[in-house]
Write a protein that binds this ligand. Structure first.
Ligand code: PLP
Length: 388
Protein backbone atom coordinates (compact mmCIF):
# COMPACT_ATOMS: atom_id res chain seq x y z
CA UNK A 1 0.00 0.00 0.00
CA UNK A 2 1.43 3.38 -1.02
CA UNK A 3 2.07 5.69 1.94
CA UNK A 4 0.27 8.55 0.17
CA UNK A 5 -2.83 6.35 -0.13
CA UNK A 6 -2.65 5.71 3.61
CA UNK A 7 -2.37 9.41 4.47
CA UNK A 8 -4.97 10.55 1.97
CA UNK A 9 -7.60 7.85 1.50
CA UNK A 10 -7.37 4.87 3.82
CA UNK A 11 -10.26 4.73 6.27
CA UNK A 12 -11.85 7.91 4.92
CA UNK A 13 -15.43 7.15 3.84
CA UNK A 14 -16.17 10.64 2.50
CA UNK A 15 -19.53 9.58 1.03
CA UNK A 16 -20.75 9.06 4.58
CA UNK A 17 -20.10 12.67 5.59
CA UNK A 18 -21.03 15.08 2.80
CA UNK A 19 -17.79 14.40 0.87
CA UNK A 20 -15.97 16.61 3.34
CA UNK A 21 -12.25 16.64 2.52
CA UNK A 22 -11.25 16.70 6.19
CA UNK A 23 -12.44 13.81 8.37
CA UNK A 24 -15.24 14.52 10.86
CA UNK A 25 -14.89 14.76 14.64
CA UNK A 26 -17.66 12.51 15.93
CA UNK A 27 -17.78 14.06 19.39
CA UNK A 28 -20.19 11.69 21.11
CA UNK A 29 -19.92 9.34 24.06
CA UNK A 30 -22.51 6.81 22.87
CA UNK A 31 -24.34 5.51 19.81
CA UNK A 32 -28.02 4.55 19.55
CA UNK A 33 -29.47 1.35 18.04
CA UNK A 34 -32.50 0.92 15.82
CA UNK A 35 -33.75 -2.24 17.49
CA UNK A 36 -33.25 -4.81 20.25
CA UNK A 37 -31.29 -7.27 18.09
CA UNK A 38 -28.68 -4.74 16.94
CA UNK A 39 -28.33 -3.49 20.51
CA UNK A 40 -27.80 -7.02 21.82
CA UNK A 41 -25.32 -7.88 19.08
CA UNK A 42 -23.18 -4.82 19.87
CA UNK A 43 -23.26 -5.56 23.59
CA UNK A 44 -21.80 -9.01 23.07
CA UNK A 45 -19.15 -7.95 20.52
CA UNK A 46 -17.72 -4.58 21.57
CA UNK A 47 -14.57 -5.09 19.44
CA UNK A 48 -16.45 -5.14 16.13
CA UNK A 49 -19.30 -2.78 16.93
CA UNK A 50 -19.85 0.87 17.57
CA UNK A 51 -21.64 1.59 20.81
CA UNK A 52 -19.55 3.61 23.24
CA UNK A 53 -16.57 5.92 22.62
CA UNK A 54 -14.40 4.48 25.42
CA UNK A 55 -14.01 1.69 22.86
CA UNK A 56 -14.87 2.42 19.22
CA UNK A 57 -15.57 5.77 17.60
CA UNK A 58 -15.66 6.65 13.87
CA UNK A 59 -12.98 9.36 14.11
CA UNK A 60 -10.72 6.95 15.99
CA UNK A 61 -11.51 4.22 13.44
CA UNK A 62 -10.11 6.31 10.57
CA UNK A 63 -6.91 6.93 12.50
CA UNK A 64 -6.59 3.29 13.59
CA UNK A 65 -6.75 2.07 9.99
CA UNK A 66 -4.03 4.49 8.94
CA UNK A 67 -1.68 3.86 11.87
CA UNK A 68 -2.05 0.08 11.64
CA UNK A 69 -1.31 0.22 7.90
CA UNK A 70 1.77 2.39 8.49
CA UNK A 71 2.99 -0.17 11.02
CA UNK A 72 2.18 -3.02 8.61
CA UNK A 73 0.02 -4.48 11.38
CA UNK A 74 -3.46 -6.03 11.38
CA UNK A 75 -4.80 -3.57 13.93
CA UNK A 76 -3.80 -1.00 16.50
CA UNK A 77 -5.25 0.70 19.57
CA UNK A 78 -5.18 4.37 20.48
CA UNK A 79 -4.50 5.68 23.96
CA UNK A 80 -4.57 9.02 25.74
CA UNK A 81 -0.76 8.95 26.08
CA UNK A 82 2.29 7.03 24.92
CA UNK A 83 2.85 5.57 28.36
CA UNK A 84 -0.71 4.17 28.40
CA UNK A 85 -0.01 2.52 25.02
CA UNK A 86 2.91 0.72 26.69
CA UNK A 87 1.59 0.02 30.20
CA UNK A 88 -1.93 -1.12 29.22
CA UNK A 89 -0.83 -3.96 26.87
CA UNK A 90 1.75 -5.14 29.42
CA UNK A 91 -0.91 -5.24 32.14
CA UNK A 92 -3.20 -7.13 29.77
CA UNK A 93 -0.68 -9.79 28.74
CA UNK A 94 1.31 -10.51 31.93
CA UNK A 95 0.24 -12.03 35.20
CA UNK A 96 1.60 -12.52 38.69
CA UNK A 97 4.80 -14.60 38.68
CA UNK A 98 5.87 -13.50 35.20
CA UNK A 99 9.27 -12.04 34.39
CA UNK A 100 10.38 -9.34 31.93
CA UNK A 101 13.78 -8.88 30.31
CA UNK A 102 14.11 -5.21 29.37
CA UNK A 103 16.74 -3.10 27.71
CA UNK A 104 18.52 -0.98 30.34
CA UNK A 105 17.29 2.58 30.91
CA UNK A 106 13.99 2.47 29.00
CA UNK A 107 11.83 5.62 28.97
CA UNK A 108 11.56 6.86 32.58
CA UNK A 109 7.90 6.04 33.20
CA UNK A 110 8.34 2.57 31.69
CA UNK A 111 11.15 2.03 34.17
CA UNK A 112 8.79 3.17 36.95
CA UNK A 113 6.19 0.68 35.68
CA UNK A 114 8.78 -2.13 35.86
CA UNK A 115 10.40 -1.04 39.14
CA UNK A 116 7.48 0.23 41.21
CA UNK A 117 4.10 -0.83 39.87
CA UNK A 118 4.56 -4.33 38.43
CA UNK A 119 6.43 -5.72 41.49
CA UNK A 120 3.24 -4.98 43.49
CA UNK A 121 1.55 -7.56 41.23
CA UNK A 122 4.39 -10.09 41.48
CA UNK A 123 6.01 -9.29 38.12
CA UNK A 124 9.78 -8.81 38.10
CA UNK A 125 12.18 -7.29 35.57
CA UNK A 126 15.84 -7.88 34.67
CA UNK A 127 17.60 -5.06 32.82
CA UNK A 128 20.33 -5.87 30.33
CA UNK A 129 22.63 -4.05 27.92
CA UNK A 130 20.53 -4.58 24.80
CA UNK A 131 23.29 -4.07 22.24
CA UNK A 132 23.86 -7.85 22.17
CA UNK A 133 20.97 -10.32 21.82
CA UNK A 134 22.96 -12.80 23.91
CA UNK A 135 22.41 -10.56 26.93
CA UNK A 136 18.66 -11.08 26.48
CA UNK A 137 19.25 -14.83 26.10
CA UNK A 138 21.40 -15.02 29.26
CA UNK A 139 18.71 -13.25 31.33
CA UNK A 140 15.86 -15.58 30.29
CA UNK A 141 14.09 -17.46 33.05
CA UNK A 142 11.46 -20.19 32.64
CA UNK A 143 8.81 -17.58 33.59
CA UNK A 144 10.05 -14.85 31.20
CA UNK A 145 6.99 -13.69 29.28
CA UNK A 146 8.14 -10.39 27.76
CA UNK A 147 11.28 -9.16 26.00
CA UNK A 148 11.12 -5.37 25.97
CA UNK A 149 13.03 -3.09 23.60
CA UNK A 150 13.45 0.62 22.98
CA UNK A 151 15.53 1.04 19.85
CA UNK A 152 17.05 3.54 19.58
CA UNK A 153 16.98 4.63 23.20
CA UNK A 154 16.05 8.32 23.29
CA UNK A 155 18.99 9.67 25.34
CA UNK A 156 21.98 7.50 24.48
CA UNK A 157 20.65 5.84 21.29
CA UNK A 158 21.81 2.23 21.74
CA UNK A 159 20.08 -0.16 19.34
CA UNK A 160 18.82 -3.68 19.80
CA UNK A 161 18.81 -6.22 16.97
CA UNK A 162 15.02 -6.20 16.70
CA UNK A 163 14.67 -9.26 14.50
CA UNK A 164 16.99 -11.35 16.69
CA UNK A 165 15.26 -10.34 19.94
CA UNK A 166 11.81 -11.03 18.42
CA UNK A 167 12.99 -14.48 17.28
CA UNK A 168 14.41 -15.25 20.72
CA UNK A 169 11.09 -14.26 22.34
CA UNK A 170 9.18 -16.58 19.99
CA UNK A 171 11.51 -19.49 20.70
CA UNK A 172 11.01 -18.93 24.42
CA UNK A 173 7.22 -18.57 24.23
CA UNK A 174 7.41 -14.93 25.33
CA UNK A 175 6.03 -11.74 23.80
CA UNK A 176 8.29 -9.15 22.21
CA UNK A 177 7.47 -5.46 22.44
CA UNK A 178 9.23 -2.30 21.32
CA UNK A 179 8.93 1.40 22.00
CA UNK A 180 9.34 2.76 18.45
CA UNK A 181 8.89 6.44 19.35
CA UNK A 182 12.28 7.56 18.02
CA UNK A 183 11.75 6.27 14.49
CA UNK A 184 7.99 6.10 14.01
CA UNK A 185 6.87 3.40 11.55
CA UNK A 186 8.08 5.60 8.71
CA UNK A 187 11.73 5.00 9.60
CA UNK A 188 11.54 1.57 11.25
CA UNK A 189 8.97 -1.23 10.89
CA UNK A 190 9.27 -3.55 13.91
CA UNK A 191 6.18 -5.64 12.99
CA UNK A 192 7.87 -6.72 9.73
CA UNK A 193 10.90 -7.72 11.83
CA UNK A 194 8.71 -10.12 13.83
CA UNK A 195 7.88 -8.06 16.92
CA UNK A 196 4.51 -8.84 18.54
CA UNK A 197 3.67 -5.32 19.70
CA UNK A 198 5.06 -2.02 18.46
CA UNK A 199 4.17 1.04 20.55
CA UNK A 200 4.93 4.70 20.11
CA UNK A 201 4.18 7.98 21.76
CA UNK A 202 2.00 9.75 19.19
CA UNK A 203 2.54 12.88 21.29
CA UNK A 204 5.84 13.22 19.45
CA UNK A 205 5.95 12.98 15.64
CA UNK A 206 2.41 11.80 14.85
CA UNK A 207 0.91 14.88 16.48
CA UNK A 208 3.90 16.87 15.35
CA UNK A 209 2.65 20.14 16.79
CA UNK A 210 3.20 19.78 20.53
CA UNK A 211 -0.52 20.06 21.23
CA UNK A 212 -1.89 16.58 21.94
CA UNK A 213 -1.00 13.62 24.16
CA UNK A 214 -1.57 10.22 22.60
CA UNK A 215 -0.14 6.76 22.10
CA UNK A 216 -0.60 3.81 19.78
CA UNK A 217 0.20 0.12 19.94
CA UNK A 218 0.07 -2.15 16.86
CA UNK A 219 0.09 -5.89 16.40
CA UNK A 220 -1.80 -8.99 15.33
CA UNK A 221 -5.58 -8.75 15.52
CA UNK A 222 -5.77 -11.57 18.05
CA UNK A 223 -3.46 -9.71 20.48
CA UNK A 224 -5.00 -6.29 19.89
CA UNK A 225 -8.49 -7.68 20.41
CA UNK A 226 -7.39 -9.32 23.65
CA UNK A 227 -5.89 -6.07 24.97
CA UNK A 228 -8.95 -4.09 23.85
CA UNK A 229 -11.47 -6.38 25.54
CA UNK A 230 -9.60 -6.41 28.84
CA UNK A 231 -7.34 -3.60 30.07
CA UNK A 232 -8.09 -1.09 27.31
CA UNK A 233 -11.79 -1.00 28.20
CA UNK A 234 -11.22 -1.57 31.92
CA UNK A 235 -8.60 1.12 32.51
CA UNK A 236 -10.31 3.39 30.01
CA UNK A 237 -7.13 5.19 28.98
CA UNK A 238 -8.50 5.86 25.50
CA UNK A 239 -8.27 8.98 23.40
CA UNK A 240 -10.89 11.68 22.69
CA UNK A 241 -12.30 12.14 19.17
CA UNK A 242 -10.80 15.63 19.06
CA UNK A 243 -7.31 14.37 19.93
CA UNK A 244 -7.70 11.64 17.29
CA UNK A 245 -8.65 14.30 14.76
CA UNK A 246 -5.57 16.35 15.62
CA UNK A 247 -3.47 13.25 14.99
CA UNK A 248 -5.20 12.70 11.62
CA UNK A 249 -4.28 16.27 10.76
CA UNK A 250 -0.71 15.76 11.94
CA UNK A 251 -0.35 12.54 9.96
CA UNK A 252 -0.95 14.30 6.64
CA UNK A 253 2.40 16.07 6.96
CA UNK A 254 4.36 13.41 8.87
CA UNK A 255 6.59 12.35 5.93
CA UNK A 256 7.49 15.96 5.08
CA UNK A 257 8.18 16.93 8.67
CA UNK A 258 10.26 13.87 9.37
CA UNK A 259 12.30 14.37 6.21
CA UNK A 260 13.05 17.97 7.17
CA UNK A 261 13.85 17.06 10.78
CA UNK A 262 16.28 14.32 9.65
CA UNK A 263 18.00 16.67 7.24
CA UNK A 264 18.41 19.56 9.70
CA UNK A 265 19.51 17.22 12.51
CA UNK A 266 22.43 16.00 10.41
CA UNK A 267 23.67 19.54 9.87
CA UNK A 268 23.53 20.11 13.64
CA UNK A 269 25.34 16.81 14.34
CA UNK A 270 28.06 17.81 11.90
CA UNK A 271 28.31 21.27 13.42
CA UNK A 272 28.69 19.87 16.96
CA UNK A 273 31.29 17.32 15.82
CA UNK A 274 33.43 20.19 14.57
CA UNK A 275 33.10 22.41 17.64
CA UNK A 276 36.03 22.78 20.04
CA UNK A 277 33.80 23.05 23.15
CA UNK A 278 32.13 19.69 22.39
CA UNK A 279 33.43 16.28 23.39
CA UNK A 280 31.18 13.34 22.39
CA UNK A 281 28.22 13.54 20.02
CA UNK A 282 25.73 10.67 20.18
CA UNK A 283 23.51 10.10 17.17
CA UNK A 284 22.28 6.74 15.81
CA UNK A 285 23.33 7.26 12.19
CA UNK A 286 26.43 7.90 10.12
CA UNK A 287 30.03 6.71 10.24
CA UNK A 288 30.68 7.85 13.82
CA UNK A 289 27.90 5.63 15.19
CA UNK A 290 29.28 2.40 16.66
CA UNK A 291 26.19 0.37 15.64
CA UNK A 292 25.99 1.80 12.13
CA UNK A 293 25.63 -1.56 10.30
CA UNK A 294 22.66 -2.53 12.48
CA UNK A 295 21.13 0.95 12.09
CA UNK A 296 21.30 0.64 8.31
CA UNK A 297 19.81 -2.83 8.46
CA UNK A 298 16.70 -1.97 10.48
CA UNK A 299 16.25 1.82 10.15
CA UNK A 300 15.69 3.99 7.10
CA UNK A 301 17.11 7.17 8.59
CA UNK A 302 17.51 9.00 11.88
CA UNK A 303 16.83 12.47 13.12
CA UNK A 304 15.34 14.73 15.71
CA UNK A 305 17.10 13.64 18.86
CA UNK A 306 20.85 13.72 19.49
CA UNK A 307 22.96 14.09 22.62
CA UNK A 308 26.36 15.57 23.27
CA UNK A 309 28.74 16.32 26.12
CA UNK A 310 30.85 19.39 26.74
CA UNK A 311 34.62 19.06 26.68
CA UNK A 312 34.60 20.78 30.06
CA UNK A 313 32.14 18.28 31.54
CA UNK A 314 30.93 19.98 34.73
CA UNK A 315 27.50 20.85 36.06
CA UNK A 316 28.46 24.56 36.12
CA UNK A 317 29.24 24.57 32.41
CA UNK A 318 26.09 22.60 31.56
CA UNK A 319 24.07 25.24 33.43
CA UNK A 320 25.81 28.07 31.58
CA UNK A 321 25.04 26.38 28.26
CA UNK A 322 21.40 25.68 29.13
CA UNK A 323 20.78 29.18 30.47
CA UNK A 324 22.35 30.79 27.39
CA UNK A 325 20.04 29.01 24.92
CA UNK A 326 17.35 31.25 23.46
CA UNK A 327 15.94 29.48 20.40
CA UNK A 328 16.20 25.93 21.74
CA UNK A 329 13.62 25.85 24.54
CA UNK A 330 14.38 24.01 27.79
CA UNK A 331 11.63 21.41 27.81
CA UNK A 332 10.60 17.76 27.93
CA UNK A 333 9.10 15.97 24.98
CA UNK A 334 9.93 16.44 21.30
CA UNK A 335 8.48 15.88 17.84
CA UNK A 336 6.88 19.29 17.30
CA UNK A 337 7.94 22.43 15.46
CA UNK A 338 10.09 23.86 18.25
CA UNK A 339 13.64 22.73 18.91
CA UNK A 340 14.25 21.72 22.51
CA UNK A 341 17.10 20.98 24.91
CA UNK A 342 17.23 18.87 28.07
CA UNK A 343 20.35 18.25 30.16
CA UNK A 344 20.29 14.71 31.59
CA UNK A 345 21.57 16.22 34.85
CA UNK A 346 18.20 17.87 35.65
CA UNK A 347 16.96 14.35 36.49
CA UNK A 348 19.78 13.43 38.89
CA UNK A 349 18.94 12.55 42.47
CA UNK A 350 22.58 11.73 43.22
CA UNK A 351 25.54 14.10 42.86
CA UNK A 352 26.76 14.93 39.35
CA UNK A 353 29.62 12.60 38.42
CA UNK A 354 31.66 13.67 35.37
CA UNK A 355 33.00 10.10 35.04
CA UNK A 356 29.47 8.71 34.59
CA UNK A 357 28.86 8.52 30.84
CA UNK A 358 25.23 9.63 31.13
CA UNK A 359 25.41 12.49 33.63
CA UNK A 360 26.95 15.02 31.26
CA UNK A 361 24.63 14.35 28.32
CA UNK A 362 22.71 17.27 26.88
CA UNK A 363 19.93 16.13 24.59
CA UNK A 364 18.73 18.28 21.73
CA UNK A 365 15.55 17.89 19.72
CA UNK A 366 16.01 19.50 16.33
CA UNK A 367 12.66 20.76 15.08
CA UNK A 368 11.50 22.53 11.95
CA UNK A 369 13.33 25.85 12.27
CA UNK A 370 16.00 26.74 9.73
CA UNK A 371 19.29 25.00 10.50
CA UNK A 372 21.35 28.24 10.42
CA UNK A 373 18.94 29.84 12.90
CA UNK A 374 19.49 26.89 15.26
CA UNK A 375 23.27 26.81 14.74
CA UNK A 376 23.51 30.49 15.70
CA UNK A 377 21.86 29.71 19.01
CA UNK A 378 24.23 26.81 19.72
CA UNK A 379 27.17 28.97 18.63
CA UNK A 380 26.44 31.72 21.16
CA UNK A 381 25.63 29.24 23.96
CA UNK A 382 28.88 27.29 23.38
CA UNK A 383 30.79 30.58 23.23
CA UNK A 384 29.31 31.45 26.63
CA UNK A 385 30.63 28.11 27.96
CA UNK A 386 34.12 28.76 26.59
CA UNK A 387 34.21 32.33 27.95
CA UNK A 388 33.15 31.35 31.45
C1 PLP B 1 7.44 10.55 25.41
C2 PLP B 1 7.82 9.13 25.36
C3 PLP B 1 6.98 8.14 25.88
C4 PLP B 1 5.68 8.44 26.58
O1 PLP B 1 4.79 9.13 25.80
P1 PLP B 1 3.68 10.11 26.43
O2 PLP B 1 2.85 10.43 25.23
O3 PLP B 1 4.41 11.27 26.99
O4 PLP B 1 2.96 9.34 27.47
C5 PLP B 1 7.37 6.83 25.78
N1 PLP B 1 8.54 6.50 25.22
C6 PLP B 1 9.39 7.42 24.71
C7 PLP B 1 10.66 6.99 24.11
C8 PLP B 1 9.05 8.77 24.78
O5 PLP B 1 9.90 9.69 24.30
Amino acid sequence: MHDSFIFHELGEERNDYFNAIAPPIIQTSNFAFNNFDDFQKAFHDPYNNLFYSRGNNPTLAILRKKLAALDGAEDCLLFGSGIAAISTPILALLKSGDHIVSVARPYGWVQRLFDVMLPRFGITTTYIDGTDVDHYRAALQPNTRLLYMESPNTFSFELQDIQAVARLAREHGAYSMIDNSYCTPLLQKPIALGVDLSAQSATKYISGHGDVLAGVVSGRKELIQRIYLSEHLIIGAGISPFSAWLLLRGLRTLPLRLKQVCETTKTIVEYLHGHSAVDRVLFPWGIQFTQQPLAELQMKDAGGLLSFTLLDNSLDKIKIFANALKRFKLSFSWGGYESLAIPYSISLKEEFNPANKHHGLIRLYVGLEDSKYLQEDLEQALAAVQKA
